[in-house]
Design a protein around this ligand. Sequence first.
Ligand code: MF3
Ligand code: CO
Length: 261
Amino acid sequence: MAWDRQITLKTAAELEVMREAGKINAEALAAARAAIRPGATTADVNAAAEEVLRKYNVISPFKNYPGPYPYPASTCVSVNEELVHGIPSKSRKLKEGDIVTVDCGTVYKGFVADSAFTAGVGEISETARKLLEVTEGALYEGIRQMVVGKRVGDVSAAIQQYVESRGFHVTREYTGHGVGRRMHEGPQVPNYGTPGRGIELRAGMTIALEPMVLVKTWQTRVMPDEWTVSSADGSLTAHFEHSVAVTEAGPRILTLPDGAE
Ligand code: MF3
Ligand code: CO
């Protein structure tokens, strides 16, 4: 992926713009969530999010993102063993028991919000339910470490420890990332690491933290469409993401819905 490694510190005013981007993004994700039901296609889920982006006259930074070929949609919709970067499709129908990840971005006044969730379609298995709970829990464990003076390794290790102590696995190949005027800025924030290592967190840093969790293995493979990343063994996966600011007052989640902060 194209990656600008620079770390940029945001001013208070810039954080307010990023918060507005985050609210729109949360509304798009809520619409996508409401479209998840048996018989809906992953293209329907994408269309629900796109309708919200269109209402605000904003675009997703995912659209045309450089890769093997320009990314063709505004969201990634990844089902079951698909970990990330599933391309919405009119031929992929959701069914009861599936788990589906929706990842969406918004560019608003030059700043990016990036967030994702995984949800069940109707009744899901006990393993799937636990996977969702642990992956979302890991995101909040990581966020708790996003304090001035802590290091990237503290955030990474908290995620890894939370996930692995519950018997699941974290990806080694995809990471969280700084977010700002660009979707991908420095620092890279892996979902595994060593406490006390890595760069120090400073006020004004904004990071898209995104635990990607697999039930049986950390290994993945890229599917023939060249974008979709699946678990190597076909086992279930989940992914939760928030864009979060490091502030003197503690971590601030920028991608919560309006009124939820
Ligand atoms: N949220 C993802 C990320 O942080 C999705 C971007 S993939 C794209 O990398 F290609 F669709 F843009
Ligand atoms: Co991201």
